[in-house]
Design a protein around this ligand. Structure first.
Ligand SMILES: *Cc1c(COP(=O)(O)O)cnc(C)c1O
Length: 436
């Protein structure tokens, strides 16, 4: 039975099933050329800590809980988490492999139903990534151009989705910079929407919010006001809720209540929840019908995708409902305090699992971050520190040591101004790259 399940998935083809408790083994690490498999292997290589001679971590050892996750010392993002033993085990527990294009994959249908009951929305559709979730949502809300979307200038849709809304939805994006440095307000939204039939303009048909944004929680009261305003104007409201789990875990509102103010929400499984992949879009039935259509267009309708939706379900149970996000928020607070003791300021308030240092506030040269981090056996690249559920206590202590070292270096330079890195360095920079 095991062999049948495993042989039906590209993901696991190069692994050989052994026993139920240690169920696969890398047969030949040098010849794992299949995409996903190679991806996993590279992830593990990239994230393996402390030594320059990077070692492979065996999947069977992770499954058996014998080794610490290689993400334990990696502060670059909460996407670097590796699947937990129970997530990997859940793939083996799939009972029926149906075809999700026919809506016959029971594992995927179960996940979608579970999300509907958890969020109170009448329909749900699993998608490959957060980007796909946002893009199919935007495309499904909009109809005939010209049209425009109002959003926070710092948001993912505007900055990190390769201009997708312009490509796929022919939409003009209107980025708005929040004056309070934290979140958009109703007044700013009112000032920014295009509410006119005048032929010079592209009328606003959609508002996109993001919560958390840069780890910041958007106040429920503001969401409520924007939602009421959008309804009154007949403008749709979408939430990029990649990290909405963190909002709920931090006491920023009830999941069902927050979601009730939006026409659609995209939720991510592969960030803080630590699943290997996937997001989900929720909304009204008719809307989700269109989402399924556009998901197909983008090549995101897949077959026996239970291999992804099973660990996604486990991730909700284990990490979100299991309360594991709370520790990540506490550790972020601890790091915020350590930085404050060194005289450092933050770029954004620390509400959840991110600490945004302001390196210039204590003369720290941002370019030294990955270099000092590497010396301490850590992976950390820019002024943003992200804490995820696999970060270990030792890594936190080491990071505090790095913070001290960075400030010491700054003092030794005495007054020399640090140079800020270009904003777009975030996604193009790699830890191993030569930064000297
Ligand atoms: C990561 C992220 C996304 C995109 O998710 P991918 O799975 O990387 O495509 C969307 N929105 C926000 C807020 C994110 O942080």
């Amino acid at each position: 039975m095991l062999k049948t399940i495993l042989s039906r998935t590209h993901l696991l083809r190069t692994f050989e099933p052994k026993t139920a408790s240690s169920f696969y083994k890398l047969q030949n690490p040098t010849r794992t050329t299949r995409g996903v498999c190679l991806g996993f292997q590279q992830n593990i290589r990239m994230a393996s800590n402390s030594s320059d001679t990077q070692k492979d971590v065996k999947f069977e050892d992770i499954v058996e809980g014998k080794v610490q996750s290689p993400a334990a010392y990696d502060f670059r993002s909460d996407t670097v988490t590796t699947p937990t033993p129970s997530m990997l085990q859940s793939i083996l527990n799939i009972s029926i492999h149906g075809d999700d294009v026919f809506s016959e994959d029971t594992t995927t249908n179960d996940l979608e139903s579970f999300i509907m009951s958890l969020t109170g929305k009448p329909a749900a559709c699993f998608v490959m990534s957060g980007t796909m979730g946002n893009q199919v949502s935007i495309r499904s809300h909009l109809t005939q151009p010209p049209h425009s979307i109002v959003m926070d200038s710092r948001c993912h849709v505007f900055n990190y989705e390769a201009g997708g809304a312009a490509i796929l939805s022919q939409a003009q994006m209107i980025p708005v910079k929040p004056a309070n440095g934290e979140h958009l307000t109703l007044e700013e939204v009112k000032d920014s929407i295009i509410d006119s039939d005048d032929i010079h303009y592209a009328p606003t048909r959609l508002i996109c919010l993001e919560n958390t944004i840069n780890g910041i929680i958007m106040p429920l009261e503001e969401i409520k006001k924007i939602s009421a305003f959008a309804k009154e104007k007949g403008i749709k409201l979408h939430l990029d809720g990649a990290r909405l789990w963190n909002v709920v875990a931090a006491g920023g509102g009830d999941l069902k209540e927050i979601i009730s103010y939006f026409d659609s929400v995209s939720l991510c499984f592969s960030k803080g929840l630590g699943a290997p992949m996937g997001s989900i879009v929720i909304g009204e039935k008719e809307f989700i019908g269109r989402v399924r259509h556009f998901r197909k267009v983008l090549g995101g309708a897949t077959r026996q995708i239970g291999i992804a939706t099973a660990p996604a379900r486990t991730a909700i149970d284990e990490i979100f409902l299991g309360g594991k996000l709370t520790r990540t928020h506490e550790l972020a607070k601890r790091l915020e305090n350590s930085w404050a003791k060194l005289g450092g300021k933050l770029k954004f308030p620390c509400h959840t699992n991110m600490v945004w240092l302001d390196p210039a506030s204590v003369g720290v040269n941002e370019r030294e971050i990955p270099i000092e981090a590497k010396k301490a056996g850590l992976k950390w690249d820019i002024e943003r520190i992200v804490v995820h559920h696999q970060i270990c206590d030792d890594a936190i202590e080491k990071l505090e040591g790095v913070l001290e070292k960075l400030v010491e270096n700054a003092k030794a330079r005495d007054g020399t101004q640090s140079q800020e890195l270009p904003r777009m360095a975030r996604y193009s920079r790699r830890v191993d790259q030569d930064l000297a």
